[in-house]
Design a protein around this ligand. Sequence first.
Ligand code: NDP
Ligand code: OXD
Length: 306
Amino acid sequence: MNITICVAQTKAAPWEEGFRALLPDARVSTWKAGDPQADYAIVWSPPQEFLDEQAGLKAMFNIGAGVDAIMKLRLPPQTQVVRLDDAGMSVQMAEYVCHAVIRHFREFDGYEADIAAGQWSYRKPRSRADFSVGVMGMGVLGERVARALRVFEFPVHGWSRTPKAVEGVVCHAGTDRFDTFLSSCRVLVNLLPLTPDTQDILNRKTLSRLQPGGYVINVARGAHLVEDDLIHLLDSGHLSGATLDVFRTEPLPADHPFWQHPKVTVTPHTSARTLRDESIAQIAGKIVALSRGEPIAGVVHRDRGY
Ligand code: NDP
Ligand code: OXD
């Protein structure tokens, strides 16, 4: 079996070594133009040239959860696209989102500023019941985040395409329930995949439906958010702040207004990192399963785009 590695923005060698160790009978190499056909590919943002040359792939394993960069390309018709299925990301995402929600709810930024100014001051405790958190996207990551927020007893709402049942979480499904979902939330967490249906979904109209003082946490993709609309709603006072991990252009350009905006916290696309060892183990297990003709989880539905 031939496995080829084509990963942008990351070193290929440790991935090669990891797959060789777990699949000693496979021939594993890093792709170069003109290489012979592989059976399986390990990819991150592969170029179109790679797909055009590797039209005989049985499956292509993305080393992230989001496949939006791949779905924009011309894909070989028979190749299965497979995304990472958690592989250690959901616990990181739960940590990141709970941290952002709690920092905002408990006003820790305000305390930090007071302490830095040498002031021993108290703020009036806020009511948890007034801080409903809405999670857009109740998949592998969103459901874990919703469950983690419930541990801190925040009221939690979830929104997905198809109906869900998660204990303690008010679940909404479909476009008909979107407005009801939004107006139920003070804090909005985005964990949707980026598809034609979800691009620009965080815009002036939708964000205006959040409760006054709303707070936005975008950890999915930058193209979900219309950045000028967010800035307008922050400056008008309808929204009280935002924590943003993903951006339309990454790295975030040096002159971007988010860097200096007093109500915006920026992190460098780091809310849930790909963990190499966990990911190699998951993908190697799936390659073995596929080569035995067994079904695997995490196969992307081409018509849905995720
Ligand atoms: P999943 O595919 O498991 O979950 C996606 C969820 O979104 C599902 O609940 C799905 O509904 C819902 N959904 C999709 N389209 C719509 C729609 N049009 N309307 C309503 N709901 C919709 O993905 P993951 O949870 O694994 O990952 C989510 C995203 O997080 C990734 O696509 C990626 O972009 C981002 N991500 C960001 C990272 C970071 O470091 N910032 C790291 C990892 C991922 P249903 O269940 O009904 O199908
Ligand atoms: C992912 C990401 O999609 O890292 O996994 O953003």
